[in-house]
Every structure is written in structure tokens, then in C-alpha cells.
Design a protein around this ligand. Sequence first.
Ligand code: ADP
Ligand code: MG
Length: 860
Amino acid sequence: MTLQLTPAMRQYVEIKSRFRDCILFFRMGDFYEMFFEDAIRASRLLDIALTSRDKESNIPMCGVPHHARNAYLSKLIRQGCKVAVCEQIEEPGQKGLFRREVTEVVTPGLVFHDECLDARGNNFLAAVRFIPPFAYAALDATTGEFHYEVCDSEETLADALFRLSPAEFVALEGEGTPSTTRGKRLIEGKLMSTVSCAAAGSFELSAQIEGIPPAGHPAEGVVRGGLYYLHIHQPAALSEIVRMTERVGERYLAMDETAVRTLEVFCTLSGERKGSLLWAIDRTRTPMGARALRSLLAAPLQEINRINERHEAVAELLEAHVLRKEMVSSLDAMGDLPRLASRLAQDRSGPRDIAALRDNLAVLPALKETLGGMISPLLLGVRDRLGDHSSAVELVSETLADELPAGYREGGVIRPGYDARVDELNHLLTHGKEMLSEMEARERQRTGIGGLKVGYNRVFGYYIEVSRSNLGKVPAEYIRKQTLANAERFVTQELKEYESRVLRAQDERNAREEELFLALRDSLKTQLFSIQGAAEAVAGLDVLLSFSELAADGGYNRPLVGAGKDILIENGRHPVVEKILGKHAFVPNDCRLSPDEGRLAIITGPNMAGKSTYIRQVALIVLLAHAGSFVPADRAEIGLVDRIFTRIGASDDLSRGESTFMVEMRETSRILDGITERTLVVLDEVGRGTSTYDGLSIAWAVAEYLHNAPSRPKVLFATHFHELTDIVSTSTHARNFHVAVREWQGDIIFLRRIDEGVASKSYGIQVARLAGLPSTVIERAREILKKLESAEYNEFSLPSLSGAQEAGGSAQMDLFPRKQRREEYSVLEELQRMEPERLTPMDALMRISAWKERLRKGMS
Ligand code: ADP
Ligand code: MG
């Protein structure tokens, strides 16, 4: 650097060199200043003015006021930045320079300010490994949650991470680059940092932490990476990680990213919470309960016993109407217990946090008492984990005052009567105030100045103020201190003595209160483990209560989840659509899928009939049952499901410039990979969005493959391709269903009822009319339809399934039209659509020669 830097700027450059990947908030008086590239970047991201430090050096600079720090910080964090906060630590020495230090580094995954956090969701930092063996470790530093998982492929890793939706990623050198599109999409726009393998490897793991993977475990690297990253940025937060757990993929009902997205589990396809499954079913009362429900939906259980245990608890709570309401109102009195505990662990709690912690813990005995009367093992387990915190509650109440300040350094924290010395000093201070007013009255009398005032100011301390008109009466012993526009301020010997006595008392009291407060905090900290345990138990209880409230209000019933393989649902409803339309407007439907008698249901019906709603409702009922919830159905018997696969035609990848055909084929081949007898496959309009023949071929091939697959999955296939219903005539495991409609005076009425068999017509034109297309268009469409129906069109329809059935695998490939056939179809399609009366002869000639060319290419 050729510039001559001032000492402050040299200090800046030195500190910045240690935090290169961060924006440095450099405290200078009442501002946090940013310089150089940081200033340019931050002024853009924060939309604040970019200035320069001084005329000569022209160093770019911008700043934010210190009191608004968190608001600006969170704005930067949300845009994927890291921010290092550098504070002034000591008053200037002889060199006139403050000592400054970085006190914390805030990153999207390591943020503790409420302004930046969503209480109803976790804020995960994920350490990832995108090379075999694939693994991740996820930690929420605001709640102390920590788990890790080894995955068999990058796809499964991406699915797991998608469910967690981490705020930030970290990886060991060379492990942070995904190779699949899905992996890449996952980290897109998120902060990804690398830590050196050597540093993370030699990092001393605390022996206190329970459940650390043993040396050589495939997740060791990610666990170390995550902890090391935490250590270098927020060392205080390390102390709250007291245990970690390993997740094992098979124990959860697997749903890949597409399934979670298309079933709109957490947000709708347009990205909103309203309209999602979570929105429809969430009755939790506490932030930790809301988070627990969310993670349960992301990873529903896969063990029959554990699922039934939950259903049993929900059933018991549902019955115990009065006790349930009691517990719900107890929960209403609670706040974010895990985050309060986490603040305690990191020595970040102020007096109000400790009081809030006490108030939360004080709710537990009532819950415990109520739970004591229950018989379900899960509820009794919750009761036991609530623990006994009565002595902590008592201690806090004894120690802290009723009205608390935000900080603990200015006094006012300790309850009168708790500490003799604090009381004594406080007495002195209040007594001192009386002395001041006495003095004021006395001086007024003595000098005859009626308006004489004793006052206090932070810079000049105590003073006596006399207005200009009365200056003549001021006694000789008054010492002049400050001149104002209309008055002068003085001190006296007496006032000086008084001041030093008061200030000393105040300092001493503040110091004593601080000491007592910190001792209280430390003694609570020894109970951290059991407080965290209680917080988890409350979160679990909140979820169970939420399920039972939902069952009570929504008319949900207990599903039977067992080892069988059928899915039987009577009068099932879609939880979200039902909530939006109102219970009486929703038409319930049955479902019966069974490996032995029909496990491939083909559902046809016109647009807007209710096909998508129906197939999603079955999947959501399965998902809810596995999460431990009751379900919106009169009866449901569900053989354990290991995976839910969904595919939706014309997926949004279109916008990424890949041809739909390719996308469909790739996505479909992924389905075909992972299926078993316990897999539920939900296909919605697969094949839509391509040309008719491509689409039909894909749909046909997929349906047929799933039908013939030896792994015998259960499949719901909604389609507008009527041709697909032919599959049923030649196959044993497929059934046709259609959405019933009634025709009335040329319009159709949707009955929303799923009936067995094939619909007589496709009603496309009536639907267009309902949708408000102009009548000329509709008339024209009717004409075309008539022509199509009479034409010799069927000659080119697809081969029937019967041949493929017998020939097995290889014949399936024939269902994809050979290139020549495809060209023929598409030429014919164009011909059908063409309106000769609108063509010029030249146009017609050019098209004919183009067709000839395409057909010739198709043959070769
Ligand atoms: P499709 O997939 O056949 O085009 P959808 O499933 O998207 O039709 O349903 C269209 C609309 O019909 C939904 O938005 C919903 O409002 C309504 N609907 C669907 N199923 C039902 C039902 N069972 N009862 C009442 N309304 C329904
Ligand atoms: Mg649909």
C-alpha cells in the first residue's frame, strides 16, 4: 500500500487482514464504519451512502449508527454475508488510539439476534461432504441441536439437506463441491465456507459432548468441520453443544426434494407458508414445538412401534379433553426455552432473559402434575424428562427484582432484601437524593434566588444552576463551571463531596449487583443439560397436543399403521383444500391400493375435476400417519410406507432450458431406481407439456414399467391421457378410476367423486367454456373435435400393452416410438392442426418440403 495511513486506518487494515472473508464493522464512536471494498459492497447491499474517509486519501467509507447495528447486520446476513464486529475495547492510550477487537463473527448460520431469526424454524449451519462417503452434520447454535448423518449418494444427501434447509454451509477443503444438478441447486445463493482439513483435524473436541462419532466414522470429518467453524466464529456457542445424535436414513419415511416440494409440505409451490400442509395442521403453542413439528414432517417415523406410541398418546390427549386444555394454556405461557437456554450457555443472557427462563421453568410443575395421570408411555416419558427445576426457579425469584433493566451493569437487578450490602448502598443513594433537595431548598433561602436548581449532567456532574438575571446574588464561594445562554452553572465544596460519595456508592452498588447476577447465571448454567432436556420434552408434548387439538377440531381419526402392505382409506380428505374450502364443501373419497388386488390406480378426468387433489390427499394422509398424527379420513389402514415418490408433468425445470422430454425421462428413471413394495408413487400428469405423442409414450411406458416392476410399488397416476386407460384391460394390477362429472345443459358439473371405471368423455371443451374462453374459440374446438373423432387417426395410436406384457423388459422399449414413427406422428399432428384456407400457396409448398425432409431423416 503506497498510501500513508493514519494510525486508526493501519489498525483497521491489520484487523481486516485477519477477517478477509467478512465485512468488518469497525466501531468508531457512535458508528460502525466500513472501508475500502467492504464499504463499496455494504453500501450497495444496505442501500446507504458511500462517502470517503477524507479528501486526500479518498478511501471509500460508509457507516451505520451503533444503536441500529442489528438491523443492518441482519440485512447483510440475509444476503449471504459474514460480518465481523470489531468493538472499541479500551480508552485511548498515549498514542490516542482505542484498542479494538473483533468480539464476534456473525454468519447466516451462526446468528443469535432475534431480529435475524425465525422463531418457528431452525437456523441450521450444515457441514457437508459432497464426496463419498457422503455425510453432513447440522447444528443449530441457537438451540444447541446437533445431528449428523451418513448418506449413500449425493442425491440422498441433497434430499436430507433440502429438508433441513440450512442457512449456511461449510465443508473441509475439497469436499464442498457438489457434482449433481440437485446438489448445485441446493447450495446456490447460500454461503459456503471452507475450513482446512489440518485445522479441523487437530481441533480438540470437548470430551463433554455426548454422542461424538468415533474416530474413523464416515461422519467424523463433517462433525469436526462444523464444530471447528463454530469455534473460530462463535467460541462461546461451543459450550452449549452438550450432545449430538446420529440419524440413520432408513428409520425415516423417505421423501426426496421433489416430493416435499410438490406435496407442498412446508410451503406452496409459489413459496408461501399459507396453503401448505404445515400451515393447515400446525396447532403448536411454542416456538420449540413449532420447530419440532416441522422436523417431524421433514422426517416422519419409519418404525411401527414408535408411530403407534404416538397415535396412542394423541388418542389419550384427545380423550382427556379438560386436561388437554389445561396443558395447552400452560404452554401458552411459555416462550422459546431452548433459545433462552442457549443464551445462558453462551453467557449472553441479561436479567430479563433469566427472568423469562424462570417463568418458563415455573410452568413445568403444572404440566408434570397433569401428565402424571396419563397412562401412555410416551406421555409418561415426557413427564420424566421435564425434570425438577424448583430450586432454580426459587433462586431466580429470590435474587432478581420484579422490574428488570435490560442490562446488568447499571444496577436495579437485585431484589431488595437479597443482599445486605446492595440494600445499604441503595439506601445511601436514595437518601442522597433527599439530601440534594434539602440542599436546594437551603441554598434558595440563603441566597434569595428562588429559581436556583441543583441538577446533574453526565459530562459535568452535579451543579447549581442560576439564571442570568440572578447572577448578582451568587455567593462568593460558588465556583463557576459552565456557561449557558441564559444561565450559569456552579459547584460548591459541599456538592463536590456529595458527588464523589454518591458516585462511589453507585459504582460499588453496580459492581456488587453485577457480581451477584453473574453468580446466579453461573449457578443456573450448571443445570443446562436438564434445562435442555426439559425444553425437548416440552417441544415433544407441544407436538402431541397439536395433533390432538387438530384431531378434535378437524374430525381427524386414528390411522392404523401396521406391517401389512395395503393402503385403505375411507372418506379421506385433503387437509389443506378442506381447510380452505370449508369442511362441508369438500367431497371425501376412498382409496384402496393393494399389491395383490390393484396397486396401480389410473385416474382420469377433465381438467379441474380434482385428480391432483385426490392423489396428493392420499400421499398426505400417509405422511401424516407416519408423523404420528391422526388423519383426515373416517378410517385409514396403512401398511408401513418406506418412501413417497412424486413426479409432476411439465416440471419447472423447463425454465432452466432443458427439454421437457429429457427432464421427464431423467426424473422418471430416478423413480424407477429406488422403489420397493412399500413405496408409494404419485404421478401427476407425467408427460404433459411435451408433444402429445412424446407425452403419451412417456406416460404409457412409465405406467407399464411400474405395473410390471417386480418390486410391486403402489402407484397413483393422474392423467388426462384417456388412452392410458387401455392398460387396465390387459393387466392384472391396474385399475381405472375417474372423477365423476355430470353434464347439464352443455355445461359440466364436477362431482369431485372418484369412481371406478373409465369416464365416458374427456369434456375438455366444456372445461374450456367454464374457464371463460370466448365462444368462437369453443365452437371452433367442437368442429375440430368432430373431425378428429371421425378421422382415421387411430391407425397411429400406440401399440396395446398386451405384447409388452408377455415379452417382458425388452419389449417395453418398443413403446417409445422409433425415430421414424415419432417424425410421422409429429408431421401428422401438424397436418391436423393446419388450416389450409389460411395458407398462401408458397407457405404450403414450403411446409410440404419441410415435412418430406423430416420424414426422410426419420427413416435414416
Ligand atoms: P385436476 O388435477 O383434475 O385438474 P385439481 O385437483 O387441481 O383438479 O382440483 C381443482 C379444484 O377442485 C381444486 O382447487 C379444489 O378447489 C377443487 N376440488 C378438488 N377436489 C375436491 C374435493 N374432493 N372436494 C371439493 N373440491 C375439490
Ligand atoms: Mg391436476
